[in-house]
Design a protein around this ligand. Structure first.
Ligand SMILES: Cc1ncc(COP(=O)(O)O)c(C=O)c1O
Ligand SMILES: Nc1c(O)cccc1C(=O)C[C@H](N)C(=O)O
Length: 396
């Protein structure tokens, strides 16, 4: 047996999260795409069946109160909050990430001091954030400036109203310095908005500790909520009274069943709601979050294993893949690495097609990136070694 295979077995034997894999439905495919769609937790089908057959089928309308449907957005928000380093009462679940980017960014400009008219946006952002920033800017009389996150401190000025950044870049896997960038935005008197899609459930975020103003993220990646599961919005407690949502629906009204024509916003995280929550998806997510209640599962343990997995993958790639065949895009420094590894090669699209056919699932991001996501809750080191070995075979 090769040294790396032997070491993988030792690492698996010492892995304190190894038993968590049994909480997920998996097969012998090496699944390195949990940064796009997380795997199915075993308890979700039964939970969804109960929601459909009993709560909807038998209780029908009574479930809005008796099954807690009406308050599910803020209750599940409070379950996600500790994973983001947020105290209760600041996170609400609902709508897509795109919609929450819109609420957060327009809300951020409205929170900013009068007269500020520029929004800074991560130049490499996932496209939806950039499109929405343009529209939010048109609505609020701002202009958008695209900047590399590292250049944000130098770009901040008296005109900056809001800054929209990703904690982890979806393509490169680079982890940006959320504490330092948030502090710089705050010092400039502007309002920070973070997209946590590729960091929540994979690493510590520390929203409260680092003074983040607003944040959004999806739940179908490292939180394993299922395809299209609802996103979340964080509004820092100190801003909630002044948070002016651009989508004030009846669900965020102080008295929704008063059916009044005049809008009066609810207090707290509820102010981020819009319309009727997507209960089936939301309660699938609720069940998916149960894994975080295990005493052996914590964000710190997940982050430690994530770094060990990505370190080991990079070592295996370095050892198996012919020199110069791929470039490593993801930073080597732990402080700059999310929970994915991106490799660059000219024929990445075809290579990924062959890799998937060979039982190793990652994804391809145009024009030339092979992207591999590492979900520590269900991945083992032997799988990582196998993925690198199969990849090397497809590359030679
Ligand atoms: C960083 C980032 N933001 C936003 C989105 C899109 O969010 P949604 O399709 O849930 O609106 C994604 C992925 O789809 C993403 O990676
Ligand atoms: N949200 C997705 C979808 O609805 C279909 C396919 C993929 C996705 C993704 O999540 C893409 C992902 N945000 C990315 O980082 O590329």
């Amino acid at each position: 047996m090769s040294d790396l295979r032997e070491r993988a077995l030792e690492l698996d034997a010492a892995d304190e999260l190894a038993s968590v894999r049994a909480e997920f439905v998996l097969d012998d495919v090496v699944y390195l795409d949990g940064n796009s769609l997380g795997a199915l937790p075993v308890n979700v089908p039964g939970a969804v069946e109960d929601v459909v057959r009993r709560q909807w089928g038998e209780l029908r309308i009574r479930s809005w109160t008796e099954s807690g449907w009406w308050t599910a957005p803020e209750r599940i928000g409070d379950r996600i909050a500790p994973l983001l380093g947020a105290a209760a009462g600041q996170v609400v679940v609902g709508d897509s990430t795109s919609v929450n980017v819109f609420k957060a960014l327009v809300g951020a400009v409205r929170l900013a001091p009068e007269g500020r008219d520029e929004i800074l946006v991560d130049a490499a952002t996932f496209p939806t954030d950039g499109y929405i920033a343009e529209s939010a800017a048109r609505m609020t009389g701002c202009t958008v400036r695209a900047v590399d996150p590292g250049a944000v401190p130098g770009a901040l000025g008296p005109r900056t109203a809001a800054v929209l950044l990703n904690q982890v870049d979806y393509r490169t896997g680079r982890l940006h310095d959320l504490p330092a960038l948030t502090a710089a935005v705050r010092a400039a008197g502007a309002v920070s908005v973070w997209d946590l899609c590729h960091s929540a459930g994979a690493l510590e975020v520390g929203l409260d500790e680092h003074g983040v103003d607003l944040a959004v993220g999806c739940t179908y990646k490292f939180l394993n909520g299922g395809p299209g599961s609802p996103a979340y919005l964080y509004v820092r407690a100190e801003h909630q009274d002044r948070f002016d949502s651009p989508l004030p629906g009846w669900n965020s009204h102080a008295e929704p069943f008063g059916m009044r024509s005049a809008y009066e916003p609810a207090d707290g995280a509820v102010r981020g709601r819009v319309g009727t929550p997507d209960i089936l998806s939301m309660l699938a997510l609720d069940a998916a979050l149960d894994v975080w209640s295990r005493p052996d599962v914590s964000v710190a343990a997940v982050r430690a294993k994530s770094l060990a997995l990505t370190d080991f993958f990079l070592e295996c790639v370095g050892s198996y893949v012919p020199e110069g065949r791929v470039g490593v895009v993801t930073p080597a420094a732990h402080a700059e690495r999310g929970s994915q590894v991106a490799l660059r090669c000219a024929d990445a699209g075809e290579v990924m097609g062959r890799l998937i056919a060979a039982g190793v699932v990652g994804d391809f991001r145009a024009p030339d990136v092979l992207r591999f996501g590492f979900t520590p809750l269900y991945l083992g080191f032997a799988e990582v070694e196998r993925a690198a070995r199969v990849l090397a075979g497809e590359l030679s």
